[in-house]
Ligand binder design. Structure first.
Ligand SMILES: Cc1cc2nc3c(=O)[nH]c(=O)nc-3n(C[C@H](O)[C@H](O)[C@H](O)COP(=O)(O)OP(=O)(O)OC[C@H]3O[C@@H](n4cnc5c(N)ncnc54)[C@H](O)[C@@H]3O)c2cc1C
Length: 439
C-alpha cells in the first residue's frame, strides 16, 4: 500500500460507517466499493421528531462524542443525552507536540456546541458516579438520576497508583491531555542543558501503542536542538517495542542513538519524587531532571464500579464486538479505550467502534440483529522528528470463529521510514478525524 493509497483508503473508511460500510438507509449493502465514493453524510437532524427511545452516553471523548452524533444521525426518534465532566474535550492526539512548543492546548480543544445545534444531542456537564446496569439508570454527582433504554460507557482510562508517588506532581503522566501536559512542558523548558529526562512506558495494554515511542522520538529531536548535552532515558516495561518496531528501532538506535538510552523489561516498582529516582525491574535510575511517568492503565473507574471490568485481569470490559454490549449487561455498551478487544486503544479505533455500536443500537431498538460482519480501521501517524512522521494502518474484520475483530493483513501496513510529506498528511488526517467526531 503506497502513501497516497493509504490516505485515500483511511479517509474513505473514516467517513463511512465502520460497521456497515454504508449508511443507515443502505444497510443491506456489503459491497466494500461503496465506501470509495461514500455518500455525503447528513449534517443536521431535526430536533422535533417524537422520542421513541433514549440513550445515555457517558464520556464525551473520541468514542462518546462520535456515538452520540451517529445515534442521532442514524436513529429514528432516539433521544441522546451525553454526560461529560469537562466543559470541553482536549485531544490527546497531537498533545506530545505541546511539549515541544509546536502546538498549544487551546488548539486541541473541542467544544460540544455542535453536537447540540446540528444533531440535537443533549449535553450535560456532570460526573456520573453510579450506574444501575439492570435498571439502565445513572446517578450524577449533582444528585440527578436519569434512566434510558441503553447506556453507552466511553470513560476512557484511569491509571494505577505508583508506589511512592503520592500526590506529588513532580512526575506527570501527561497521558490525558490537559494540565499535566502543560506541567510537563514547563518542566522540560525549565530543565538545564545536560539534564536527564526519564520517560516510562507501561505494560500493555495501554492507550495508544505507538504513543510513548513517538513522544520519545519527538523529545529526543527537541533536546538535540534545545538542550544538546542532555540524555533521554526510556524505561520500557515491555520486552521490546510493542509496535512499529522497524521504524522505532531505527529511530532509537540510529537517528536518535546519541540522545536515547533504551532499557527494556524495566517496569517501575517505586518512585521517589523528592530525589527524582525510580526503582524498576531493570535497576534504579537516579537524579532525573524531568520524569514523564506513564503508569499502567485500566478502564475509567466507573467501569469497575459498575462491576463490568471482567477482562484483562479486571482492568478492562469484555464486550461483544458486534454491538459493544458488555458480556455481563446486555443493555450497557462499552466503547473506546475502556473496552477489551483485539483492536488498539486509539482515537481512530474509538471513532470506529462508536459507529459500529451506534448502528447496533439503532438496529437493536428496532428489534433487529446487529450487522454480522463489521469492519473497522485504525490509522496512526508517529512523529519521528519535529517535522517528519511515519504511519501505520490496520483493517479489522469480524471473525465469527473467534468472535473477535481480526486483522486483514492485505489491508494493513506501515510506512518504510519517515518523511515530511507524512507529517503534513498527519495534520489532514487529524482534522478529518476530529471533524467526524465533534462537528
Ligand atoms: C500522547 C497521546 C497521543 C495519542 N495519539 C494518538 C494517535 O495519533 N492516533 C490515535 O488514534 N490515538 C491516539 N491516542 C489515543 C487516543 O487519545 C485515545 O485512544 C482516545 O482518546 C480514546 O477515546 P475514549 O473516548 O475511549 O477516551 P477519551 O478520549 O479519554 O474520553 C473519555 C472522556 O470521558 C470523560 N469521563 C470519564 N469518566 C467520566 C464520568 N464518570 N462522568 C463523566 N465523564 C467522564 C472524560 O472526561 C473524557 O472526556 C493518543 C493518546 C495519547 C495520550
Amino acid at each position: 500500500m503506497d502513501r497516497r493509497h493509504f490516505l485515500n483508503h483511511t479517509s474513505a473508511i473514516l467517513l463511512a460507517s465502520s460497521s456497515t460500510l454504508g449508511w443507515a438507509d443502505d444497510r443491506k449493502s456489503k459491497d466494500k466499493k461503496k465506501t470509495e465514493g461514500a455518500p455525503k453524510p447528513v449534517t443536521t437532524v431535526p430536533s422535533n421528531t417524537p422520542v421513541k427511545s433514549r440513550v445515555i452516553v457517558i464520556g464525551g471523548g473520541m468514542a462518546g462524542a462520535t456515538v452520540a452524533k451517529y445515534l442521532r444521525l442514524w436513529g429514528d426518534g432516539i433521544a441522546v443525552t451525553l454526560i461529560e465532566r469537562e466543559a470541553a474535550y482536549t485531544s490527546n492526539i497531537m498533545s506530545s507536540m505541546v511539549l515541544t512548543g509546536q502546538r498549544t492546548l487551546a488548539s486541541l480543544s473541542y467544544r460540544y456546541d455542535n453536537l447540540l445545534s446540528a444533531y440535537g444531542v443533549q449535553v450535560i456537564r456532570d460526573d456520573v458516579v453510579e450506574i444501575d446496569t439492570v435498571g439502565v439508570k445513572v446517578k450524577l454527582a449533582s444528585g440527578t438520576q436519569l434512566s434510558a433504554d441503553r447506556i453507552v460507557m466511553a470513560p476512557g482510562i484511569d491509571f494505577d497508583t505508583v508506589p511512592g508517588l503520592g500526590t506529588s506532581n513532580r512526575m506527570p503522566h501527561a497521558w490525558k491531555a490537559g494540565p499535566q501536559t502543560a506541567l510537563l512542558a514547563q518542566q522540560l523548558a525549565a530543565m538545564p542543558d545536560g539534564g536527564r529526562v526519564v520517560l516510562t512506558i507501561p505494560k500493555t495494554p495501554y492507550r495508544c501503542p505507538p504513543g510513548p515511542y513517538e513522544r520519545a522520538c519527538l523529545l529526543a529531536d527537541w533536546l538535540k536542538a534545545r538542550k544538546p548535552r542532555s540524555k533521554l532515558i526510556v524505561l520500557d516495561a515491555n520486552a521490546d517495542f510493542v509496535t512499529e518496531k522497524d521504524n522505532f528501532s531505527q529511530a532509537f538506535l540510529g537517528l536518535h542513538g546519541s540522545m536515547i538510552e533504551y532499557h527494556t523489561n524495566a517496569e517501575v516498582t517505586q518512585v521517589d519524587p523528592v530525589s527524582m529516582s525510580l526503582t524498576t525491574t531493570a535497576g534504579t535510575f537516579n537524579n532525573a531532571s524531568v520524569v514523564n511517568l506513564i503508569p499502567r492503565q485500566r478502564a475509567g473507574s466507573l467501569v469497575a464500579k459498575a462491576g463490568l471490568a471482567n477482562a484483562t485481569e479486571g482492568r478492562f470490559a469484555a464486550v461483544d464486538v458486534l454491538s459493544y454490549a458488555s458480556t455481563l449487561a446486555p443493555r450497557i455498551h462499552i466503547i473506546g479505550d475502556a473496552s477489551a478487544t483485539t483492536q488498539p486503544k486509539a482515537g481512530h479505533i474509538a471513532n470506529q467502534e462508536a459507529k459500529t455500536c451506534a448502528d447496533a443500537i439503532v438496529r437493536g431498538l428496532a428489534g433487529l440483529q446487529p450487522d454480522p460482519a463489521p469492519v473497522t480501521n485504525s490509522a496512526c501517524y508517529s512523529t519521528i522528528t519535529m517535522s517528519q512522521a511515519s504511519w501505520l494502518t490496520a483493517v479489522f474484520q469480524y471473525d465469527p470463529a473467534s468472535a473477535s475483530m481480526k486483522t486483514v493483513a492485505a489491508s494493513s501496513a506501515a510506512s518504510i521510514g519517515w518523511n515530511k510529506d507524512n507529517f503534513e498528511e498527519m495534520n489532514i488526517w487529524f482534522k478529518a478525524l476530529m471533524a467526524d467526531s465533534f462537528t
